[in-house]
Ligand binder design. Structure first.
Ligand code: ATP
Ligand SMILES: Cc1cn([C@H]2C[C@H](O)[C@@H](COP(=O)(O)O)O2)c(=O)[nH]c1=O
Length: 209
């Protein structure tokens, strides 16, 4: 159960699904309605977290080291950014959170889910997103979008079976936690997705509609 007055919204999906594109839209949408908003990302979101991000996105390492660094970054992010913002009543939107650890380290890399659950319980036993927008897209669509835009990091260079397992774990969690997940078909146009997101925000947070 969440113990704060602000709202916590997370954005998830395989690389290239369109999270960053839609975070910009959500940020504008909420600010236009007077919401005091903090926008952040994981791994990262703090000076230390950004250094950890650089490590995990570019260095080879044991899969459990990778998971521990993700949660180390998250611990700092919660302490320095998320918890203070929520406590003062601000809203926080984060480009990825713990669902990404389950999807990438659990689904993609095959790490034992109970170990990830133990880390989750350690790092944020009382914090869960109020809303998680899962941008779901077939692998080939995501890959084509990424290839068109930039050079790829360690995760983005993974093979199709890694992303298939990552996507499956995201979808499994959406089924496990239907009260906070909304799955968005990200093969739609950006404009169609924006209409859908606006409806979700208005439905979930009636006070801003
Ligand atoms: N619905 C869409 N239709 C067409 N192109 C899209 C759509 N959504 C995003 N794109 C384009 O795909 C590219 C990747 O999008 P974006 O950076 O938002 O993905 P992402 O999920 O944030 O990726 P990553 O997780 O790797 O940062 C961008 O060029 C963006 O303009
Ligand atoms: C939080 C988190 C992230 N990852 C991976 C997922 C992405 O490939 C990168 C972050 O890149 P983005 O372009 O900012 O989305 O990190 C992960 O494997 N585990 C996590 O917990």
């Amino acid at each position: 159960m969440t113990q704060h007055s602000g709202k916590f919204i997370t954005f998830e999906g395989i690389d290239g699904a369109g999270k960053s594109t839609h975070i910009a839209f959500v940020s504008e949408y909420l600010k236009a309605r007077g919401v005091d908003l903090v926008s952040s990302r994981e791994p990262g979101g703090t000076p230390l977290g950004e250094k950890l991000r650089d490590l995990v996105l570019h260095e080879k390492m044991h899969l459990e080291t990778e998971a521990l660094l993700m949660f180390a970054s998250r611990r700092e992010h919660i302490a320095q950014v998320i918890a203070p913002a929520l406590s003062r009543g601000a809203w926080v939107i984060s480009d990825r959170f713990t669902d990404a650890s389950f999807a990438y380290q659990g689904g993609g890399r095959g790490m034992d889910l109970p170990k990830l659950e133990a880390l989750e319980q350690w790092v944020h036993p009382h914090l869960q997103p109020d809303l998680t927008l899962l941008f779901d897209v077939p692998l080939d669509v995501a890959r084509a979008r990424l290839n068109a835009t930039r050079s790829l990091d360690k995760f983005e260079r993974e093979q199709a079976d890694f992303f298939a397992a990552t996507r499956n774990e995201y979808l499994r969690r959406a089924t496990q936690f239907p009260q906070r997940f909304r799955v968005i078909d990200s093969t739609q146009s950006i404009a169609e997705i924006q209409v859908q997101i606006a409806a979700i925000l208005d439905e979930c947070f009636k006070s801003i509609a």
